[in-house]
Design a protein around this ligand. Structure first.
Ligand SMILES: Cc1cc2nc3c(=O)[nH]c(=O)nc-3n(C[C@H](O)[C@H](O)[C@H](O)COP(=O)(O)O)c2cc1C
Length: 332
């Protein structure tokens, strides 16, 4: 059962404004997956206390407000959705943050975890973990520019976690209001098992250096029962879930004691997601997004003993065939 601390709302503080997350479970940002449409169908299923946009990359120029608005969607007041920014330096950060706040961002998250070569080779994302001073400058600039809280999402290191404590203290000192630690190294990509003791280390290090910055643990929370285990084993203040939210969007609610979804509910989600995508995008985008979901989906046990059917759906070229399959899977 969740402990009392786990069930308390979590408040973080910015230079001017504070923000309270109603729950301590977070939907991880995932580029190409957790866009505004996905967030808007998953968040109402319950249990999610906060989410943020996929990363918005700042490069030669500030990011225009209309681009941020596209990532952000419509501001929600029940569950705060922040804007995640990724930058290799502090240039253009101040103007971009002003635009994000005009869009209604209740907090800004800074990405120091992306392992993709296209990002890493431009010295952004996880490449910054080799440069704690430069990271701290980005955080300090963001904190000075933002009225809302500024958080950091980072990995434990590039090839090893030898500088984890140094990096954590640098970003905490620079004013980070919350730190999400993805307990993998850059070289692990997304494939290795996560190393949760790094999350426990982050909690201990931040306490030792006198910064009471909430730590959100992330990595390899695969089923609802992993949530309580991560809280218990690491002492973290919150838990962020990525791919398992695609496999079972009810994982957050189930971690809070809700029953697992029935097959009919699982199929209902697919149709709700399809309708939401089709309202704003083409059928071909919808089909690709449903394939992405189908690759991971395990809600309602729809694919138990039906892996061959999953493979056939992934190979299919007709959206209607896929929707018909789901309709039948629910027995309708
Ligand atoms: C396809 C994909 C896209 C991702 N995009 C982002 C992103 O835009 N920003 C970010 O901070 N992390 C991103 N991540 C990392 C996730 O937020 C999360 O840290 C990672 O998946 C580990 O959590 P998990 O083991 O629960 O999936 C992405 C991960 C995946 C698989």
């Amino acid at each position: 059962m969740p402990t009392l601390t786990e069930l308390h709302p979590l408040t973080i503080h910015g230079r001017v404004r504070s923000l309270t997350f109603p729950d301590r479970l977070f939907l991880a940002p995932m580029e190409g997956i957790t866009d505004a449409v996905f967030r808007d169908v998953v968040i109402p299923l319950g249990g999610i206390g906060g989410a943020c946009t996929e990363f918005v990359r700042i490069s030669a120029n500030p990011v225009p407000e209309k681009v941020i608005r596209r990532y952000f969607g419509v501001a929600r007041c029940d569950v705060p959705v922040g804007v995640q920014l990724m930058a290799a330096d502090a240039q253009n950060l101040t103007v971009t943050i002003a635009s994000a706040e005009r869009c209604g961002a209740p907090w800004i998250d800074l990405n120091f975890g992306c392992p993709a070569p296209v990002v890493f080779n431009k010295c952004a994302g996880s490449a910054m973990l080799a440069k704690p001073d430069a990271m701290a400058l980005i955080v300090r600039t963001a904190v000075a520019a933002a009225t809302v809280p500024v958080s950091v999402k980072m990995r434990a290191g590039i090839t090893d976690a030898g500088r984890l404590a140094e990096v954590l203290c640098a970003v905490a000192e620079a004013g980070a209001a919350m730190i999400t630690l993805h307990a993998r190294l850059r070289i692990h990509g997304y494939h290795q098992p996560a190393h949760w003791p790094w999350i426990a280390e982050a909690v201990a290090v931040l306490r030792r250096c006198g910064h009471h910055v909430p730590v959100i643990g992330n990595g390899a929370v695969d089923v609802a029962s992993d949530v309580g285990r991560m809280f218990g084993e690491t002492g973290c203040d919150g838990v962020m879930i990525g791919r398992a939210a695609l496999a079972d969007p009810w994982i957050f609610a189930c971690a809070r004691g809700a029953p697992a979804p029935t097959p009919a509910q699982a199929v209902g989600f697919v149709f709700a997601y399809a309708a939401a995508i089709r309202a704003v995008r083409s059928d071909s985008v919808c089909h690709n997004k449903l394939k992405q979901l189908t690759r991971w989906y395990r809600a309602g046990g729809l694919f138990v003993d039906r892996e061959a059917e999953r493979t056939a759906l992934l190979r299919g070229d007709q959206l209607d065939d896929m929707l018909t399959w789901y309709q039948t899977a629910a027995g309708g």
